[in-house]
Write a protein that binds this ligand. Structure first.
Ligand code: CP
Length: 312
């Protein structure tokens, strides 16, 4: 199947069907085995990729750099403030210049239309390292983590608490596509993107997954196999927005007592960075149920799998 991705762009979860999500997840798990066995896998020796990060990053940036190094790829890290883009050079010109010099672009940016614009102007593969609505490299890492812990997706219930942006939408579409139930706990007045909810419901109809948006924390936590936390707000929001969101999400903090409402075998996931004392307590993050650092490590293996599938 790898050839069907080759040279294409990895932009959004919506472009991926069940077989493709499972293929990328399993390929990433294979790369993890190679990494653990210290088996060389520098299959892309000689390639040079650009990494453009318009937002801060710990996991994604380091995961990409290490993944590229192990695959034999040299990386040029680009800061937007050092490029002529910061003085108004159009993205379409920047993309066509980069396309003449690099074998691929890894980009973390703001609006999803920006990665679509890069895709339009570049022949080399473009990999989305986060936009406002999609965080697909995180999504593949999360599916890896779930497969490692449970060996399956179907029949599991994932309960999500946190901001309704990229990670939420990616998880929702992947869960629906893979047949995993998902409860998204969402305060009154904070509405998810209806177009993406409709897309998830369409996929859920095919797989039998149950996707719900609810304000009922207890009901959502009941029988959960996976409790997934995320920050209540996102990078770049104003102080006023953050204060409003923190207040709205207050009743939904995941504490050790709240974890008792889930199955006794439940795991706690978080894309990180976590805000201790806000969406989750330190006790939960440090508990044996927490798999947050397995999940973070899997970012590196998933990015390897994705590069290996999409690179020319
Ligand atoms: N989860 C995630 O994308 O982390 P970073 O923002 O540190 O890359």
């Amino acid at each position: 199947m790898r050839n069907q991705f080759k040279g294409k762009d990895f932009l959004a979860f919506k472009d991926l069907n069940r077989e493709e999500i499972e293929f990328l997840t399993d390929l990433s798990l294979d790369f993890k085995k190679k990494f653990i066995a210290r088996e060389p896998h520098d299959y892309f020796k000689g390639q040079v990729w650009a990494a453009l990060f318009e937002k801060n990053s710990t996991r994604t940036r380091n995961a990409f750099q290490r993944a590229a190094a192990d695959l034999g790829i040299t990386v040029t890290y680009l800061r937007p403030d050092e490029l002529q883009m910061s003085r108004g050079e159009p993205l379409k010109d920047t993309c066509r210049v980069l396309d003449r010099m690099y074998d691929g672009l890894f980009i973390r940016t703001f609006g999803h239309e920006i990665v679509e614009e890069c895709s339009k102007w570049m022949k080399a593969p473009v990999i989305n390292g986060l936009t406002d609505i999609a965080h697909p490299t995180q999504g593949i890492a999360d599916m890896m983590t779930i497969k490692e812990k449970f060996g399956k997706y179907e029949g599991l219930k994932l309960t999500y608490m946190g901001n309704l942006y990229n990670v939420c939408y990616t998880t929702m579409i992947f869960a629906a596509t893979l047949g995993m139930d998902m409860s998204i706990v969402c305060p009154a007045g904070i509405e998810p993107n209806q177009m993406l909810v409709d897309e998830a419901q369409k996929r859920a109809k095919v797989t039998g997954a149950h996707i719900e948006i609810t304000q009922d924390f207890e009901q959502a936590m009941k029988d959960a196999d996976i409790v997934y936390g995320n920050a209540e707000y996102s990078m770049g929001q104003t102080d006023e927005e953050i204060t409003k969101l923190k207040k709205a999400f207050e009743p939904y903090q995941v504490t050790a007592d709240a974890m008792k409402m889930a199955k006794s075998t439940a795991i706690y996931m978080h894309c990180l960075p976590a805000h201790r004392g806000e969406e989750v307590t330190d006790e939960v993050l440090e508990s044996p149920q927490s798999v947050i650092f397995d999940e973070a490590e899997n970012r590196m293996h998933s990015i390897k799998g994705i590069i290996a599938a999409y690179a020319n």
